[in-house]
Design a protein around this ligand. Sequence first.
Ligand code: ZN
Length: 120
Amino acid sequence: MDVKMKKVKTTRPPDDVLKKIRGRDEDCVYCHRPFIKGDNNASATVEHLNHRKDWDSVGSYVSEGKDVSKIVAICCHACNSSRSDKSLLEWFKTSYSKSKNINYDTVAAVVRDYIDAYEK
Ligand SMILES: [Zn+2]
């Protein structure tokens, strides 16, 4: 099977949903460090759990009336840039994740639920 990955534009989560997500994720959903404003590594960033370039997950969730907070989370800048566009299970194998003890058992529930739904 030769499927070309077409890059689609990612929809921004609606403001009210983002507010809800920021309230839920009080520290990094991956490494659990507290967010520090102005600290380049520890600042809070919006993370799309989906890594597929051909799937605008937020766009589909919005149009299907599904809960966008299940596929978007808040993580620290360091984790966000380390993960980049890797799948979560792939990223857990990197030295970054290993050094910070980031894996299926240690991440926030929202991340585990995403993996259960889309990466297993
Ligand atoms: Zn982190």
